[in-house]
Design a protein around this ligand. Structure first.
Ligand code: NAD
Length: 285
């Protein structure tokens, strides 16, 4: 089984920055790539702030913070990913952009290298199909915030080979994560269950069956969830949930996956949740 040594991360947004951070903290030589210097600086600032928080809480020795940063390279030149034996793509959730990047990475990387996508909802085999190494392409789906959340879904397409899956399981364990095996179907494991649940909470609220506070309290106190579904929707982003629900509904035509009218209207109004200052609840800046 191949062991990864040098890890490339494409995109230093919310997820990419977190993935680069945990990879470097776990001892991997890590290079993070962005489209421009502004985005790269923003991503690096996020990594610095997160590492500082770990040090403040006593969860990371200060020397480890320095060692982590020492293992982290940053670039706006894709060529600098050339020596990577694993590249994790965490750019925008847009299939043409992902396919273009996969094509370039396939041409750049050595034949044994593995390429993964952190996509939440897109079809991994569609990215694999534009490369000459489809057996070495998989999904590696992290959860937000990456440095805190334990789970990684390792997503096997219908052609990913077992050696790639085994190597990604071993890599995830080295990051201190718990990998689970998922198939290349919309929602993988977690969102396949979570999204219909969240949409059902919106339907209950929309129908006036309970207040938003009671729906959230009900699921927190009755089921032991750390957050109620409407709070969680605000945290994840209503726009993101709407987008994923549409993809899941398109594929399965299951009415439980259809975005409720209220969700569509809130997204059209720009009520995306915490990130826009307003969702089911208000978030004064
Ligand atoms: P984001 O918008 O925070 O970050 C995306 C970054 O990618 C931006 O910094 C952008 O500059 C960069 N980018 C765009 N095109 C690029 C390219 N061609 N090359 C390099 N960088 C490029 O998005 P995010 O929330 O970090 O999501 C990234 C991916 O992770 C998406 O596929 C998303 O579905 C997935 N994901 C998101 C979450 C979440 O909770 N946000 C959870 C799991 C998976």
């Amino acid at each position: 089984m191949a062991e990864f040594k040098r890890v490339g991360v494409c995109g230093a947004g919310l997820m990419g920055a977190g993935i680069a951070q945990v990879s470097a903290t776990a001892g991997f030589e890590t290079v993070v790539y962005e489209v421009d210097k502004g985005a790269l600086d923003k991503g690096m600032a996020r990594i610095h702030a997160s590492l500082d928080k770990f040090v403040e809480k006593g969860a990371l020795p200060a020397a480890e913070r320095e060692a982590t940063l020492g293992r982290l390279e940053q670039t706006t030149n894709l060529e600098d990913l050339k020596r990577s034996d694993l590249v994790i793509e965490a750019i925008v959730e847009n299939m043409p952009a992902k396919k273009e990047l996969f094509r370039k990475l396939d041409a750049l990387l050595a034949p044994p290298a593995v390429i993964c996508s952190n996509t939440s909802s897109l079809c991994v085999i569609e990215m694999a199909a534009v490369t000459k190494r489809p057996k070495q392409i998989a999904g590696l789906h992290f959860f937000n915030p990456v440095p805190i959340m334990k789970l990684v879904e390792v997503v096997k397409t219908i052609v990913t080979d077992q050696a790639t899956i085994d190597a990604l399981f071993a890599f995830s364990v080295k990051l201190g994560k718990k990998p689970v095996l998922a198939q290349d179907t919309p929602g993988f494991i977690v969102n396949r269950i979570l999204v219909p649940y969240l949409l059902y909470a919106i339907r209950m609220y929309e129908a006036g069956l309970a207040t938003k506070e009671d729906i959230d309290e009900g699921m927190k106190l009755g089921c032991g969830h750390p957050m109620g579904p409407l709070q969680l929707l605000d945290f994840v982003g209503l726009d993101t949930t709407y987008y994923i629900a549409q993809i899941m509904f398109d594929e399965f035509k299951d009415p439980l996956m259809a975005p409720p009218p209220l969700l569509k209207r809130m997204v059209l109004a720009g009520h995306y949740g915490k990130k826009s200052g307003k969702g089911f609840y208000d978030y004064p800046s």
